[in-house]
Design a protein around this ligand. Structure first.
Ligand code: IPM
Ligand code: MN
Length: 354
């Protein structure tokens, strides 16, 4: 296959980790006889510094004309401490989600048995947890209108808005994934308070009636926050609206103890974006110490979800698992004998080539 991949390294450690994913993608392509064309685009603080915009038009066009997008991270502390900044790196991310129609963020949350002692939870609670978080990504309170400030500046408002269509397509996607897993979908909402949540329940039930084998249940978000800590093994697929998903997917990602290893896919109507779930980790930028595995596993998700090349994805995952098992990992996973970002990238691509 001929694959056009857009690379958006972004800020902080983004460029270093994308570099490793690039090596791994090339090694995989060589092994399975695909031809790859990479093109790079600017996004985030880096893009603001060079062009004034957090998502320049050229980047958007590049993404739209690519088969998939591999994304590093965005964010820079110089903007975080300035609430009055007119343009912010995060605007680039939100604009990309909207413009590419990235309506679902999918995060597999799995434990690696050799890393379980890094989990903040007891081994017996977290062992075997295997959750697929599906977060609606282009609706809800993140994008609802009206949003703003009253004229006298004394009141501010955000609106949570969902259409049936937006709920249906993301719930359907969650059910499709569940069919390839344990066939259980938990819809997380706040239907005891919010009108949008009641629409979610209604539409989710309708969608589930089209999937005979799926068991669907409903859970209030506050309870879900507790259950994720107390009994993460009870979940298979979780589907929820944008803001609840933002919060719960971060919670879910730390319980495994392997934050640096977790990938994600943002499924789009035009193209899909693959990125690690961690941030731009500015303190580590340029030091060749950041863990590239989340990005490399995002590349595996890209092969599987965007190109339907399962064997290629499996090959990458196996090589990553091996590096973890053999302890060939960065300092976040091994303080005593750490390898550098590029050493880990080289090791994994060599392993794939062999
Ligand atoms: C994420 C991030 C973003 C979000 C921010 C940076 C706008 O936290 O991807 O989860 O809230 O969606
Ligand atoms: Mn978040």
């Amino acid at each position: 296959m001929k694959l056009n991949i857009a690379l958006l390294p972004g800020d902080g450690i983004g460029p270093e980790i994308i570099e490793q994913a690039k090596k791994v993608v090339l090694a995989t392509a060589l092994k399975f006889d695909h031809s790859i064309a990479f093109s790079e685009g600017l996004i985030g603080a880096t893009a603001i510094d060079r062009t004034g915009s957090p998502l320049p038009d050229e980047t958007l066009d590049l993404c739209k004309s690519s088969d998939a997008v591999l994304f590093g991270a965005i964010g820079d502390p110089k903007f975080d401490n300035d609430p009055k900044a007119k343009v912010r790196p995060e605007q680039g991310l939100l604009a990309m989600r909207k413009e590419l129609g990235l309506y679902a963020n999918v995060r597999p949350v799995k434990t690696f048995s050799s890393l379980i002692d890094k989990s903040p939870l007891k081994r017996e609670i977290v062992e075997g947890a295997d959750i697929l978080m599906v977060r609606e990504l282009t609706g809800g309170i993140y994008f609802g209108k009206p949003q703003g400030r009253s004229e006298d500046g004394k009141t501010a408002y955000d609106s949570c808005v969902y259409s049936s269509f937006e709920v249906e397509r993301v719930v359907r996607l969650a059910c499709d994934y569940a069919m390839t897993r344990r066939r259980k979908v938990t819809v997380v909402d706040k239907a005891n308070v919010l009108a949008t949540s009641r629409l979610w329940r209604e539409k989710a039930l309708e969608i589930s009636s089209g999937f005979n084998e799926i068991k669907m249940d409903f859970m209030f978000v506050d309870n879900a926050a507790m259950q994720l800590i107390q009994n993460p093994g009870r979940f298979d697929v979780i589907v929820t609206e944008n803001m609840f998903g933002d919060i719960l997917s971060d919670e879910a990602s730390v319980i495994t103890g392997s934050l640096g290893l977790l990938p994600s896919a943002s499924i789009g109507t035009l193209t899909s974006v693959f990125e690690p779930i961690h941030g731009s980790y500015p303190q580590a930028a340029g030091k060749n110490i950041a863990n590239p595995l989340g990005t490399i596993l995002s590349a595996a998700m890209m092969f599987e979800y965007a190109f339907r090349l399962d064997k290629e994805a499996e090959t990458i995952r196996k090589a990553v698992e091996e590096s973890v098992r053999e302890g060939f990992v960065t300092e976040d996973l091994d303080r005593k004998n750490p390898r550098s970002t590029s050493q880990v990238g080289d090791w994994i691509s060599d392993r794939i080539a062999r």
